[in-house]
Write a protein that binds this ligand. Structure first.
Ligand SMILES: NC(=O)C1=CN([C@@H]2O[C@H](COP(=O)(O)OP(=O)(O)OC[C@H]3O[C@@H](n4cnc5c(N)ncnc54)[C@H](O)[C@@H]3O)[C@@H](O)[C@H]2O)C=CC1
Ligand SMILES: O=C([O-])CC(=O)C(=O)O
Length: 230
């Protein structure tokens, strides 16, 4: 069996264990009676498939870094308006988005800073023996340099001050075992300090385990009669 056939067989077997159907191309998937498509692949895939999807289905994206590309964001938002299908961006590995959205309506935000601290090996193959700031600058540049680690910076930007004004620091730390995100926001509303110390996914440590659960919670929200904390 060649590699492609092997991958297909594995996917089909995996789907069967969950009583699901596996699709092997996007068009047959989009022709199915699926209500919503959840992307959990990578930014390039999000960018290359979202336009086709949003014409036919609601879409939930977790590779939110795609929205740092203004041309992509404009196109997909326009296609969404035309089709009537909606785009959902879950909170993923962070929180506090509800506060930022309210703060913007409550006299405006002045500053939003995100410090992400991860185990050094999740961020770089370089040998790091003491904590090291690998990046400091706007969210726009953070996602360009760390596309697998700075999606949180982009969702934070979308909720708050945008990709130019959201300040990001990324620290590789050999002494931590969790993915730690520390948000400080100031504005007319007051001050928000939020720190989340996420346990990494056991077999995929760069990604916080709670990320998948945030997708499930966002899907549950779609069906809820009472929607809490949005
Ligand atoms: N918004 C947030 O808070 C967070 C976002 N992320 C992002 O979520 C995405 C998924 O993260 P991980 O599971 O860690 O990534 P991963 O790279 O470990 O897994 C992605 C999977 O998608 C598959 N894939 C790639 N292209 C595909 C395509 N065109 N069609 C179908 N499958 C495809 C890959 O084979 C792989 O199995 C990444 O973009 C990551 O950066 C991760 C953590 C937090
Ligand atoms: O999982 C995390 O802690 C955050 C992450 O990788 C991302 O935002 O891309």
């Amino acid at each position: 069996m060649d590699e492609r056939a092997k991958a297909k067989a594995e996917l089909t077997a995996f789907a069967n264990t969950y009583d699901c159907q596996a699709f092997h191309d996007i068009q047959s998937f989009l022709q199915s009676d699926t209500d919503i498509v959840v992307e959990c692949a990578n930014i390039d895939t999000a960018k290359s498939t979202s336009l086709d999807i949003i014409k036919q289905k609601d879409l939930m994206l977790i590779s939110i870094g795609a929205f740092a590309d203004p041309i992509f964001a404009e196109r997909v938002e326009q296609a969404s308006q035309e089709s009537g299908h909606r785009i959902y961006l879950p909170s993923g590995a962070i929180g506090g988005l509800d506060v930022l959205k309210a703060a913007k309506l409550d006299g405006g935000l002045e500053s939003v800073t995100l410090t992400t601290r991860k185990p050094a090996h999740s961020l770089t193959t370089d040998l790091i023996t003491a904590e090291q700031v690998l990046f400091e600058g706007p969210a726009r540049d953070a996602i360009e340099q760390f596309p697998k680690n700075a999606n949180v910076a982009i969702v934070l930007s979308l909720a708050g001050l945008g990709i130019e004004k959201t300040h990001v620091r990324i620290i590789a730390d050999p002494d931590v075992t969790q993915n730690i995100h520390h948000i400080t926001a100031t504005g007319a509303f007051g001050v928000m300090e939020l720190m989340i110390k996420n346990n990494p996914s056991p077999d995929n440590p760069k990604t916080s385990h709670v990320t998948g659960a945030s997708i499930l919670a966002a899907i549950a929200n779609l069906e809820s009669v009472v929607v809490v904390g949005t």
